[in-house]
Design a protein around this ligand. Structure first.
Ligand code: DX5
Ligand code: ZN
Length: 213
């Protein structure tokens, strides 16, 4: 069985108890820490910025998976590039010069990811798939935790997994939004490598165990 990476989203945790939550992730099978950055423009919600990510860094040895839901990702890439982030993912919809930004992330010594919202097709990022370390398929409209997965988005996971195999690409396929016990197996069967999960993990993380090889 393929080992699936579990990436709990801190958005679903109590920010006033961030150290306890990081320990909870580690002690309950989390492999990565998914960090949702919201700017109040690209999405109608706000979370935290680079300082908070850096403040968390000494308290976890897991991979930090930064998901930027922001306008002007070029600016934020520079800022998160100075933090302890491992992956920096930006939205295709927020960027014109996608290729340039991927290479800037790599120059900063980070892994580069692109995310697409439910209405964006895989074809919008096809030209850069060979340059990516991660593709994050949003299965809800970004901005809030606790929403229901939109089933029509799952075909994009299948497409990305197929393209990866056919062309020998290196990216991980990640899924984010409404992921939990009731649909995780279906997402794994579709070809996903990373399950980003917020509310379902913090409510009861037991369901993630079966995805560990
Ligand atoms: C949504 C965020 C997600 C969110 C997932 O905009 O990008 O990472 O935290 O939360 P759940 O798993 O509750 O949908
Ligand atoms: Zn996210």
């Amino acid at each position: 069985m393929k080992n699936i990476i579990i990436a709990p989203s801190m958005l679903a945790s109590d920010f006033s108890k961030i150290r306890e939550s990081l320990d909870f992730v580690k002690n309950n099978g989390g492999d990565w820490v998914h960090l949702d950055i919201m700017d109040g423009h690209f999405v109608p919600n706000m979370t935290f910025g680079p300082k908070f990510v850096d403040d968390m860094r000494p308290h976890s040895d897991l991979i930090f998976d930064v998901h930027m839901m922001v306008e002007n990702p070029e600016f934020f890439v520079e800022e998160f590039g100075k933090t302890g982030a491992d992956y920096i993912t930006f939205h295709a919809e927020a960027c014109t010069h996608i290729h340039r930004l991927i290479y800037r992330i790599k120059e900063l010594g980070k892994k580069a990811g692109i995310s697409i919202v439910p209405s964006t097709p895989v074809s919008a990022i096809e030209e850069v798939l060979g340059d990516l370390d991660l593709v994050l398929v949003m299965t809800v409209n970004p901005g809030f935790g606790g929403q229901k997965l939109i089933p029509g988005c799952v075909k994009k996971i299948t497409q990305l997994a197929r393209l990866k195999e056919e062309k020998g690409y290196d990216y991980l396929v990640s899924v984010d939004g409404g992921v939990g016990a009731g649909n995780a197996q279906m997402l794994v069967d579709a070809g996903v490598d990373v399950l980003a999960t917020g509310s379902a993990f913090f409510k009861d993380p037991g369901w993630t165990k079966k995805f560990k090889a």
